[in-house]
Write a protein that binds this ligand. Structure first.
Ligand SMILES: Cc1cc2nc3c(=O)[nH]c(=O)nc-3n(C[C@H](O)[C@H](O)[C@H](O)COP(=O)(O)O)c2cc1C
Length: 413
């Protein structure tokens, strides 16, 4: 099969030699990325470029997808109050996250099995984040391993872990992440059990994907994706290859093992054990209530990520942006606060920062970019949000993100 792909690729390259440079550029990843003018454009291009079950896995959410919609709609409840005649000739978008300087207040969220969208997966996403001067968070369930992502993208990274049933595998990953210089641990706590994503159920989507006739047909109508995928299929989760993981069962046994790893018996007491196995700063991801945020602070976490997993776990929760103000008040600066969920515009970032977040994380925007135009598409997602944020700050009369505060926000309704 690989020989066939090589042959087609070489033929394509030969054919392209006669094609004018402008046309070649138009169809290159860079050209495709440049034609996207906002995150929704990247989403639409990704939808056309990757097989529908994979797009749905990225785009979809749990049950009726109410939380996913609320994450977006929540931003509409807040109005910005711009101030005029302020010198905005110099903008300051840089900040720090757990002491590390970042050029913009946007961090890459952890997304699992990103290699289904593009074989360079998390490596490409991390590289794009680093090229913008910011941090990437790698999921424990990433397609590429800690070692592969570190080799592809040596810049600043956080490592995200679920509290796994097999603690030995989890501690082994922590050791590997520490050895490769990952700077913080993000412990995701909103996955006691797996959320039910009906699009995945309907598409009979599984990791690894089943090679059905329908799946093959889907691949054929997405030739860009198929060419990459056939050459370098990324079916398993790269970090879970460990002596403790059942060997020899192939990709399906591997996937079943991964699914059994969400531990429904986890409580706050388990945090202390993770502390013993991780020397660096700890962030807790998936907090939606002020009382939980206070408990996290009492347990000594350095950071809290206000998140509902992009609506992919419990449906019908509040939007994260509406949950943020009360959490910020309860935490009172005792831990760094971050927010993710529904960030699609620069003005969303202003709202989150004004209401108490130090920076935001983005999940789907990066993976839409990856599906639309590979690494160039991810970079485009960051660039678009960065550009919108800069323009919005200037128009709002707030040249420094550090000056943003609740006085520039009005709550409607
Ligand atoms: C395809 C996909 C995979 C994800 N995988 C993980 C994961 O492995 N670990 C985790 O903590 N969160 C995961 N998330 C949730 C994101 O980290 C983040 O909370 C969410 O995407 C933010 O919402 P947004 O997509 O609207 O930006 C995933 C999200 C998506 C879209």
């Amino acid at each position: 099969m690989n020989d066939f792909v090589d042959l087609v690729a070489r033929q394509l390259a030969a054919d392209l030699r006669g094609v004018p440079a402008a046309t070649r550029r138009r169809f290159s990843d860079e050209g495709r990325a440049a034609r996207c003018h906002n995150i929704e454009d990247l989403r639409v291009m990704a939808k056309r470029s990757v097989p529908q079950p994979i797009f749905d896995y990225v785009d979809g959410a749990a049950w009726g997808e109410v939380t996913r919609r609320r994450n977006r709609d929540g931003f509409e409840r807040f109005e910005l109050l711009p101030r005029m005649l302020v010198d905005v000739s110099k903008l300051e978008l840089a900040t720090t996250a757990l002491g590390r300087e970042i050029a913009l207040p946007i961090i890459g969220a952890p997304t699992g099995t990103t290699g289904l969208t593009h074989p360079d997966g998390e490596g490409a996403v991390a590289r794009a984040a680093h090229s913008m001067g910011t941090i990437y968070t790698q999921s424990a369930l990433s397609s590429l391993s800690i070692e592969e992502v570190s080799a592809m993208a040596p810049g600043p990274k956080w490592f995200q872990l679920y509290v796994m049933t097999d603690r030995g595998v989890a501690y082994d990953m922590l050791q590997r992440a520490a050895a490769h210089g990952y700077e913080a641990l993000v412990l995701t706590v909103d996955v006691a059990v797996a959320g039910v994503r009906e699009r995945d159920v309907r598409n009979r989507f599984s990791i690894p994907p089943r090679l059905t006739l329908r799946a093959a047909a889907q691949g054929l109508v997405r030739p860009r994706w198929a060419r990459n995928f056939i050459a370098r299929p990324r079916l398993t989760t790269g970090n879970t290859t460990s002596p403790r993981v059942p060997a020899g069962g192939g990709a399906v046994a591997h996937a079943e093992w991964v699914n059994r790893q969400f531990d429904p018996s986890v409580t706050w007491d388990d945090l202390a054990t993770f502390r013993e196995h991780w020397g660096g700063p700890l962030l807790i991801k998936g907090i939606m209530r002020p009382d939980d945020a206070v408990r996290a602070v009492e347990h000594g976490v350095e950071g809290i990520i206000v998140s509902n997993h992009g609506g992919r776990q419990l449906d019908h929760t509040r939007s994260t942006i509406e949950a943020l103000p009360a959490i910020a008040e309860a935490v009172g600066g005792r831990a760094e606060l971050y927010l993710d969920g529904g960030i699609r515009r620069g003005t969303d970032i202003i709202t989150a920062l004004a209401l108490g977040a130090r920076a935001v994380l983005i999940g789907r925007p990066m993976v839409y970019g990856l599906g639309a135009a590979g690494e160039a598409g991810v970079r485009r997602a960051f660039e678009l949000l960065h550009g919108e944020l800069a323009t919005a700050l200037a128009l709002a009369g707030y040249p420094r993100i550090s000056d943003l505060g609740p006085e520039m926000i009005h709550l409607v309704r």
